[in-house]
Design a protein around this ligand. Structure first.
Ligand SMILES: Cc1cc2nc3c(=O)[nH]c(=O)nc-3n(C[C@H](O)[C@H](O)[C@H](O)COP(=O)(O)OP(=O)(O)OC[C@H]3O[C@@H](n4cnc5c(N)ncnc54)[C@H](O)[C@@H]3O)c2cc1C
Length: 135
């Protein structure tokens, strides 16, 4: 995560699939947010796996540089910079949607059955409910 005292010269509020960046967002642009210009940058799963044991400073430096590559002009100096290793944050998705055993009346739902997003958790719950209501 990087925070700046002034806006970062990047067109748009989201960066996807750009070098080692899997996804990055201008967090301060989300509705209802106040505070300084702030970016959350997630590395790609491949890069994260390769650099799992790297230091916080090294990871922050690399992702900072990757974000700078997306800017129209040099980035301002950050007022805050850190990195966090969320080792188990991103579920490897399947396309199964939901699991339901009608005989046992036992089901499971979650993002891991579709895609690693909150929307998928919700959709998976809906799919499970549909299957339960159908018997
Ligand atoms: C740091 C971070 C940032 C994220 N940002 C975003 C974002 O900006 N947008 C987005 O769409 N998604 C985001 N996600 C992903 C999103 O949080 C998940 O996709 C979503 O929470 C998955 O919901 P879920 O109900 O499948 O699982 P979870 O939210 O993980 O819920 C599972 C629940 O089961 C409980 N549990 C586990 N084991 C047991 C047990 N044995 N007994 C009882 N309870 C148990 C857990 O405590 C937990 O409450 C983010 C995830 C992380 C980690």
């Amino acid at each position: 995560m990087l925070a700046f005292a002034e806006p970062v010269p990047i067109t748009g509020d989201i960066v996807r699939h750009a070098g080692i960046i899997g996804w990055a967002a201008r967090n301060s642009a989300k509705p209802g947010r106040s505070g300084p210009e702030a970016w959350v940058i997630q590395a790609t799963p491949d890069w994260s796996t390769t650099h799992l044991e790297d230091s916080i400073d090294s990871v922050a430096e690399r992702l900072h540089a990757a974000l700078a590559d997306q800017a129209d002009r040099p980035l301002p100096t950050p007022i805050y910079r850190t990195a966090h290793r969320w080792r188990y944050a991103r579920a490897t998705a399947t396309d199964r949607g939901a699991l339901w055993n009608a005989g046992m009346r036992l089901g499971a739902a979650g993002d891991w059955l579709l895609a690693p997003r909150i929307e998928s958790a919700w959709l998976s719950g809906r799919l499970l409910a549909d299957q339960m209501l159908a018997g």
